[in-house]
Design a protein around this ligand. Sequence first.
Ligand code: BDR
Ligand code: CA
Length: 336
Amino acid sequence: MKKKPVMIDVDTGIDDAMALVIACAAENLDIKGVTTVAGNVEVKDTTRNTLNVLDLLGRGDIPVAAGAAAPLARPLAKASYVHGATGLRGYNFKENVRYALREEPAWDFMRQVLESSGEKVTLCALGPVTNLAVLIEKYPEVKPKIERIVFMGASYHTGNPGPVQTFNVMVDPEAFRQVVHSGVPFYAVPLDTTRKAYLTAQEKEAVKEMAGPAAELVQGVLFSYGAAFVTGDEQLDDGQEVSTTTGNKEREGGKTCLHDPSTVAFLTAPELFTVAGPYYCDVECKGELTSGFTLIDKEDWYCKDEDEKHFYFVDSVNREGLKDLFYRSIRHYQKG
Ligand code: BDR
Ligand code: CA
């Protein structure tokens, strides 16, 4: 089977970990490397989590390179209240592995992979795009080697964790602006769509019946994802985490949205999605209340030239198909 070469940039993160479960089970993806960025938690934590998750999935052969510790121009705003102090609330690894970690930073590693690849490589970003912005700024000559960027985030109408801004854009809007204006085709799997890519409370229960390393990981993190009213998160010296929660707010009515998993699903099973565009897209970087809001010019108000329209909007998902892919991916590791 012809495999698509991809690199995945993550801020692991509960849903990033679940996305890696799908990615590593996908027979049509050739994962050339995984890079980490500060986002949900600090980069030292996203890197540790990523190395541990790949090892658990039996894919410790995939090289990992750590990237930016902070956004380009502002302090890091984390989401540990959603993902826990470690970034993977609900699952503790027995040990931390580091053997797959490269010495060079994420952008240098991405450049090496792009330059040495015989074909174009897709960059999939599941966190703030700081690493991609540094790559493109430092090594613009690699742009023709990028097939496209597939990104979780942006929105036309909605937001999380604010009314209009999506987390991965809000954390580093300056980076998003550089990347979305770079000329590289940019495919957003936006919050409007990932909100429709959910598991119901009943569908989550099915995961409890599954076995294997991925099932254990997902069972741990899925049920603690987004536990709201977290009043405190503390990481003990042995890596264990104590969260003080006062209840589960269930903003989504008991549903869990598969934000990052949908984005990887779009790579491996694009037939489950529809895509609109290209559009012109920009981002609010200075708004008093709206920094991180993506302006997607669907109605062509700005009358931009066609060569300024690089932004594609993944506008629908086959939820049943996605759910089946997720279940199938978790079961994949049962075999080993
Ligand atoms: C996005 O924000 C992060 O917290 C998740 O990992 C995901 O990438 C969802 O809004
Ligand atoms: Ca993420």
